[in-house]
Design a protein around this ligand. Structure first.
Ligand code: ATP
Ligand code: MG
Length: 460
């Protein structure tokens, strides 16, 4: 029983669990004179079911994203959810939060170490190399799907979450960096949430420039060792740039005073970054250059960016990405410039709240079939209607029931119309149409006219 649980006795035994979860139900069954306790099974912590009341919003965002991708000429790639552990260690980096403490890693029955993907880029690069997609050609790809990280579950942070992302290969110029940022900006406009997010960008420079800067940063931080928290002390040796990304308020003044990577950029990266900024200026996309934006994955170089909101508390990054020119080679392919981003769907949807409530999930009509003859004829009629009106959302009654109880179900379904097939209607080859929401009442028409009548009433 979870701590803080409470016992209730109510025709069975309920152990109420904490939080918003429904109570764990325990049945007591008298079996051969003994009590048998059966406990219902809950989902894994941090892994959410998405119920039908919510899936319509998910589908709406996914469909807007897919249309957007097509409008930029990007093709979808679908990748396995499980990859070899080595792939993530080699790409994301051994001393990153993800690889050090967040991966779901297990041995399969052959003894191979496998990992549930914590992000999409590594698998995408692996697939492109494996299928020879990078030989003398460019690739503009997108993906969507579940990712897995063993983090502390809280609002906006889950152990199974969903990303939609984009990866471009074979294009080194600042134009593609700007294109990816522009397409995200366009997405916010399409979702009517442009005012909710702002853009932060930075350049991480070339690996050589970053390496040189790393020493300068470590020297500075060493001088202020006393002010470092435990996390930062640990990172000082392994991944000092990540210290700049610390959310600890006590560290902020130290970070603000630290030498900035921007001041140590190589000439090429600096020029690349200037051009990205100029392109964004030209299309009127506002941004803030944040010299402390370093991103948590080792594979980034040059441009990095995040779309951030201040409306979701600490989990404020909705979309993040950057250039990763070294990754393809690092994973065994030919050196190929690349750039990508991923956005978190749960955070996006929570930011949208109920602004995206599509009305295309409620049935148009509920078919009531009272009596045995009507039951059979009704099933046939329903199929005919679906043939004739593919856009019709028709819920046909199932499980019998009196006319009255079917009518109640029709009302509860939210349908605009009830189609009524009773004995009288059958005998007269007619069907009743009742307006469940408006004031136009009920009428009877010939069954042969139903398709035309529905097409007219529902504008199908
Ligand atoms: P954070 O700093 O919030 O941990 P991150 O840098 O680890 O984010 P990325 O690896 O860049 O995140 O993933 C891209 C996006 O995926 C994030 O901006 C966020 O919207 C989403 N995301 C990442 N981790 C989670 C999670 N555990 N639960 C829900 N969404 C997540
Ligand atoms: Mg993280």
């Amino acid at each position: 029983m979870p701590s803080g649980g409470r016992l209730e006795y109510n025709a069975g035994l309920y152990l109420s669990s904490f939080g918003r979860k429904p109570p764990i139900r325990v049945n007591l069954t008298n079996f051969a004179g003994k009590f048998v306790v059966s406990k219902s099974i809950q989902a894994v912590r941090g892994m959410n079911d998405i119920l039908p009341v919510d899936t319509a919003r998910w589908q709406a965002v996914e469909s807007i994203f897919a249309t957007l991708m097509a409008s930029y000429g990007y093709g979808e790639i679908r990748l396995p959810i499980i990859e070899k552990t080595e792939l993530f260690k080699r790409s994301i980096g051994e001393v990153t939060d993800i690889v050090e403490k967040e991966m779901y890693t297990f041995e399969d029955r052959n003894g191979d170490s496998l990992t549930l993907r914590p992000e999409g880029t590594a698998g995408c690069v692996r697939a492109c190399i494996q299928h020879g997609l990078l030989h003398n050609q460019t690739q503009r790809l997108w993906y969507k799907g579940a990712m897995f990280r063993h983090e502390r579950p809280q609002k906006g942070r889950y152990r199974q979450f969903h990303q939609m992302g984009v990866e471009v290969f074979g294009l080194a110029g600042p134009d593609i960096d700007a294109e990816l940022i522009m397409m995200t900006a366009r997405l916010w406009h399409k979702l009517d949430m442009a005012d909710d997010v702002h853009l932060e960008i930075n350049s991480l420079g070339s690996p050589a420039a970053r390496h040189a800067y790393r020493q300068i940063l470590v020297d500075y931080l060493q001088q202020h060792r006393d002010a470092l928290d435990d996390d930062s002390l640990r990172r000082l040796e392994s991944n000092p740039l990540r210290i700049l990304d610390s959310k600890n308020p006590q560290m902020q003044s130290l970070i603000a005073e630290a030498p900035k990577l921007n001041d140590y950029l190589d000439e090429e990266s600096e020029q690349h970054f200037r051009q990205v900024c100029a392109l964004l200026d030209a299309v009127g996309i506002k941004y803030r250059v944040n010299p402390c934006l370093v991103r948590g994955l080792d594979y980034y170089s040059k441009t990095v960016f995040e779309w951030v909101t201040d409306r979701l508390g600490a989990q404020g990054t909705v979309c993040a990405g950057g250039r990763f020119d070294g990754l393809v080679e690092q994973l065994g392919g030919k050196a190929t410039p690349a750039m990508g981003f991923a956005l978190g769907l749960e955070r996006l949807l929570s930011l949208l709240e109920d602004r995206l409530l599509p009305d295309n999930t409620v049935p148009h009509a509920y078919l009531i079939m009272a009596g045995e003859k009507a039951e059979q004829a009704g099933r046939i009629l329903a199929e005919q209607l679906r043939d004739a009106l593919p856009a019709l959302r028709l819920l046909a009654n199932a499980g019998g029931g009196s006319f009255k109880s079917q009518m109640k179900r029709a009302d509860k379904s939210g349908a605009a119309l009830a189609l009524i097939l009773g004995e009288d209607e059958m005998n007269a080859a007619q069907i009743g149409i009742k307006d469940l929401r408006g004031k136009s009442g009920q009428e009877s028409i010939a069954q042969t006219q139903l398709v035309a009548a529905l097409a007219d009433k529902l504008k199908l």
